[in-house]
Ligand binder design. Sequence first.
Ligand SMILES: [Mg+2]
Length: 385
Amino acid sequence: MKITDVKTMILQAPLEQELGFSQAYFGTRTSLIVQVSTDEGISGVGESFGAGNVAYANQAIIERVLKPIVVGHDPFAVEVLWHKMYNGIRDHGQKGMPLQSISGVDVALWDIIGKTTGQPLYRLLGGKFREQIVPYAYGMLFRRVPDLEADFAREAEGLVKKGFRALKMKIGMTPADDVRLVKAVREAIGPEVRLMADANHAYTPQVAIPLGRRLEELGLYWFEEPIAPEDYEGYIEVKSALDIPIAGGECEYTRWGFRELISRRCVDIVQAELLGLGGVTEFRKVLALATTWGIPIIPHVWGSSVAVALSLHVVAALPDYPGALIPVQPLLELDTTPNPLREQVAKEPLCVEAQVARQGFVSVPEGPGLGVELDHDTIRRYQVA
Ligand SMILES: [Mg+2]
């Protein structure tokens, strides 16, 4: 079996209302879908992380740099191809877009292996530790409204009514605004629902530490990306000063990047982004590192149906750590803010929110590979490049 082609599709869906986080507001949702074809008629699908116009840069890297490296090779040779791609690009970037691009191709290769062997991805990863994947609802992004506290409180209440028992909200405006927003959400949902807050690296340790103490008082489950991802020493400062678990890692890449984050104990929870860090092949190394240092992984998820399906397989295949009669279960990050690409890119939608409403958890897809066939009507409707 040989790879014959690599194609990319940038999908963009305009939003009715801009959404924001601590770094920017955005008015469109973007996904870069990767399709790898073979001479046996089987093709695999992947996706590369990278919001907005970053997708155009990743598209060029995949089509101009990576495609010539992989075409003609055996798609089952994921290790060989990963190292060929990385060696081909290392001198020009060991983090960021080059790795996001490699990730999209790598995931498509795993999908080909699954489709060729008739096996779902979780089986290729060594089996599933759990049948029921419990998601946390990621909502409460900034909006340009007069009363954001009331807006957040309403949205959080709505998510709890939909069956979610864990929520994540954005912070990172100013510490005073953050405390007001978290208080409003906490009051709306009560003390029982788990609540996490994500600052998207808006602060320095000197600001994040006193803010973290306030968040502790409000019973937060974790404090996400308090500071800049490259400031490993700062992470150690923040983590040492606070009891609240510190989460991070969505802006980290490859085993060598995660070696710093993990071996220096910068975080309590590793948020590995499979579509960024180097795909499934590299994720397995990061998982080995994380369990070696005793730090749990809860993957970061931000993308189309492809990203969600991939995460369901991976969360199912995460080992119980440290293992117990009643082990702590990893959560699925589930974005609940408007994005038609999250459900419609798959011909058979995953219906994750409907599953949560019905049963309180999401089941793992059982089809071969990722279990996702692309919906060509959706592609035609949203493709911009
Ligand atoms: Mg985040």
